[in-house]
Design a protein around this ligand. Structure first.
Ligand code: SIN
Length: 304
């Protein structure tokens, strides 16, 4: 039977190939549990190289039973690049405005984004398929969410999709066409449109990125349009753009074989690659509480 993919599945490495960590894939496409590592301590060069290799291979890494201070969390993030400051911090959104959003209760540290929900929440962060802050000129290459409190009733999972595998499942003709396009990503869509936060002075970040980007380390191509931030394909008429974006989002979101689902346990850190994945926080636990903090790492400007 011919494969529906234009590229063969990249064979997942032999987990025994790691010497300083253990890596257990969730499936052959996306996600792996990493053990044998203590993120509260600085990593040696060999361990860092293996974490990086696992990250490039599996796109989403899950580290359980970690006990991290804010400084430990940020130190691990900084190993991959400078830390990102979320527009809520960068634009100094007033707390009374931030309170109406999913991002209430922020700490004063601009490099840490609080992600929390409880009985007073009207929204939770990331409750739509998205890549983090793709409206920035240099969006986060990766994010590290450290969840310390999970709902007593269970739930609060995060779902992830591989946008490299989604791209490989399109026809070659469609891949070539998409490779000629760029799209606008606008922070006003989620922050004002979704969470109801008034635009700050100077407005939210807004940037045009290629529709298909290339991962700087692996060279794999990835679909870089997401429901959360993308508003328009620049070269097309409005109706054409709406139809094509909707087709791509449905394609990305509706295939279980591109996906994995992370079930959190307290004190788990998940590190995902925003260039090759999208994620969706599942809010199925209201009125129970969930608490975590996110550190993101600034990446290069995405290129095709
Ligand atoms: C996010 O989009 O970073 C939040 C994800 C989550 O809370 O699971």
């Amino acid at each position: 039977m011919p494969s529906r993919f234009t590229q063969p599945l990249k064979v997942v490495e032999n987990p025994d190939a790691y010497r300083t960590i253990s890596v257990k894939p969730l499936n052959p496409v996306i996600g792996a549990e990493v053990s044998g590592i203590d993120l509260s301590k600085p990593l040696g060069d060999a361990q860092f190289e293996e974490v990086k290799r696992a990250f490039n291979t599996h796109q989403v890494l899950i580290f359980r039973e970690q006990h991290l201070s804010n400084e430990d969390h940020k130190r691990f993030g900084r190993m991959f690049g400078p830390l990102h400051v979320h527009p809520y911090h960068a634009k100094k959104v007033a707390p009374e405005h931030a309170k109406t959003s999913a991002f209430d209760g922020q700490e004063s540290d601009p490099e840490i984004l609080v992600v929390k929900a409880d009985q007073s929440s009207k929204f939770v962060a990331g409750e739509d398929w998205h890549t983090d802050v793709s409206c920035d000129e240099k969006p986060p290459m990766g994010s590290m969410l450290y969840i310390t409190k999970t709902p007593e009733v269970g739930g609060g999972d995060t779902c992830f999709i591989s946008t490299t595998r989604a791209n490989e499942a399109l026809s070659e003709t469609m891949q070539e066409f998409l490779g000629t396009l760029t799209a606008m990503h606008d922070g006003a869509k989620p922050y004002s449109g979704g969470y109801g936060t008034p635009a700050p002075e100077g407005g939210w970040p807004k940037t045009e990125h290629p529709v298909v980007i290339r991962h700087p380390d692996t060279g794999r191509k990835s679909l870089f349009v997401n429901r959360g931030f993308t508003t328009r394909i620049t070269q097309l008429k409005r109706k054409e753009s709406d139809a094509l974006l909707e087709m791509l989002w449905r394609h990305i979101e509706s295939h279980l074989e591109f996906q994995c689902r992370v079930q959190w346990t307290p004190n788990t850190l998940v590190f995902w690659d925003n260039r090759v994945t999208q994620h969706h926080a599942v809010w199925d636990y209201y009125p129970y509480s969930r608490y975590g903090q996110r550190v993101s790492i600034v990446g290069a400007r995405p290129t095709s």
